[in-house]
Design a protein around this ligand. Sequence first.
Ligand code: WQD
Length: 337
Amino acid sequence: MKVLVTGGVGYIGSHTCVELLNAGYEVVVADDLRNSKEEALNRVEKITGKRPYFYKEDVCDKKAMERIFSEHKIDVIIHFAGYKAVGESVAQPVKYYRNNLNSTLVLLDCMEKYDVKTLIFSSSATVYGMPDSNPITEDESLKPINPYGRTKYMGELIIRDFMDAHPEKSAVLLRYFNPVGAHESGILGEDTPDTPNNLMPYIEKVVAGKFPHLRVFGNDYDTPDGTGVRDYIHVVDLAKGHLAAITYAMEHTGTECINLGTGTGYSVLDIVHAFESASGVPVPYIITQRRPGDAATCYSNPSKAKELLGWQAKENIEDMCRSAYNWTKKNPDGYGE
Ligand code: WQD
């Protein structure tokens, strides 16, 4: 079976390619490398002994996408490609709407023209915005609070309407919580920009000596230690969740939205301490002001994934931190230039 992975050179995409290739799928990657480096594909090949077909193309480029579908009989699309920085989306909303929505619309046109039955969509817990309660189930109200989250919410709506008009097809909308960590080999991981927005890559840069300390964004939240609580999930568990979603989608029609999380919340300081014990390296930090837009607590109820997909996260927080440290130690500058 042949799977088109858009954004397959990225962090989650490349880890998903490893699991797909190891499971015997044929993999075609479409990625224009605007936010990733082709070295990741070399690492995928090193790990699996197989190299995906690779097209350096913009997923919004309909002619380029149609060339891929005419050269390969695609059975499943996993759509990762998209911008994902919350802060940047606030500063440049149109860039986010144009890219994240147009890429999805192009792929839906291709699904219709080339008779592709199944779509797995990379959605996000950001569609929940400030959750009414935790743990969060899939029927929690959707009220994204930033343009990035709104592109994921609108993407879900567009896909639902498309699937309603094509009842023989199927879509699974996967709502990721906080992906962290790296492949056990230590040669595949998150290649982040100089100053990462997210917690784990920032900690990785601190222990790599790129920053003197971590800034903890507020310790006055209504949480056990006052710092923000999130549902961190190992990126390899997340990747395996996509394979379980493919199996489910091939046996069903219609649209399902499913949380991919562990169901356990950890605070910022929990992560700091777990990283220190996993690495044996201190993680100095200072407490600073809250970051605007942050929720105090956000973690998943992952029972629907277990019931429908037969999937649950297996890696614990120490595994996540150990794999993140292993990646950073071996690749202090990520994939380099
Ligand atoms: C986690 C916690 C921060 C950095 C983001 C976005 C989105 C989504 C998942 C794709 C919070 C605290 C962080 C730092 C800190 N990805 N923090 N110092 O905001 O929960 O979710 O990632 O869909 O990109 O929604 O993740 O890692 O930014 O923050 O104290 O330098 O760590 O306040 O409590 P977030 P995060």
